[in-house]
Design a protein around this ligand. Sequence first.
Ligand SMILES: C[S@@+](CC[C@H](N)C(=O)[O-])C[C@H]1O[C@@H](n2cnc3c(N)ncnc32)[C@H](O)[C@@H]1O
Length: 335
Amino acid sequence: MMQKLSSLRLPWPTDWTALFGAERPLVLEIGFGYGQFLQHLARTKPGANIIGLEIANQCLDSAERAIGRKHLTNVRVIQSMAETALHHLFVPDSLSEVHINFPDPWFKKRHGHRRLIQRDTLDVLVSRMQVGATLYLATDIIEYAEMSAELLRDTPGLTNTLPADWANEMPGRVVTKYEGRAQRDGRSCYYFAYQRNDRPAPNVPVIKEIEMTHVVFQSPLNLDEMLARFEGVEQKFGDTIVRLLHGYRGRNVLLFEVYIHEPTIDQHVSFVVSPRETQQEYTIKVGTMGYPRSTPGLQQAVALMAEWVIGLSPDAKMVKHKLGDYVPESLSEEN
Ligand SMILES: C[S@@+](CC[C@H](N)C(=O)[O-])C[C@H]1O[C@@H](n2cnc3c(N)ncnc32)[C@H](O)[C@@H]1O
């Protein structure tokens, strides 16, 4: 099977015309589930490039198979959190239509930050919509509808196209899995349709990659001595969380498993510590495993690794680095 398209592998931003082989208006569905609605979009909008975002593997596989079986050539499914795709893949003013059908409600207050409809995500979404583009949202949960109505009302770049906050019917729609379940259980559905007006959108630039990072350091310790003292490290840098999780011994290297959470992207990558030809010198590099993308969080994680490993010995020191703005204070030249 071909490797899935993923926001971790696609170029930031993505050239959609090149990906589809045709320049056509972009229509986006977020969280397409088993993809009935996505296929309907592809069939009914042959003049558009249709993009579906999902995080669930099973949904991605199933939709991909159906698209192949039905020879739908104007649709692509992408493994991505919506937040990552919106910030990294799409440039401002590029989407002509957006659909969100039955987003996960995340009822509990402490899970509220995971909801798709929230201020920050709406801001980036509006910035990516062209003037005249429509955002369609459907939910069967009244609390989600009320919360969305309030947030959408407070979005200057969007104008409601319906006479009320929402409609309870949207004739002509193809019924999604969750919608069908709501109808069978007798629950009401709430449909929203907002159009991008010509008021200025929030300024949310595309987040591009920065220079790949590495560190060279000197230490009297050998690889085994370093590994023996590794206990895992976790640190918060504002909204970014870095976890140096596990260390492993390779033939002439140490390999570390690293998790990095940034507001727009989660990465699970590896760092490699390997000796250089010069005695007592080592390099910390980002391994290719996990397809790492060079973000500020990745630089901060390498800086944290350097700080930890150099901190193991008073005679260890940084030799050179590509850490941008993230040189830890303990390693800066004044120290
Ligand atoms: C309740 S289901 C609805 C599926 C489908 N739209 C329907 O109406 O039957 C929500 C879907 O959104 C996906 N999802 C949840 N959070 C997401 C995110 N941040 N980005 C993209 N997809 C997401 C889930 O994997 C799930 O398939």
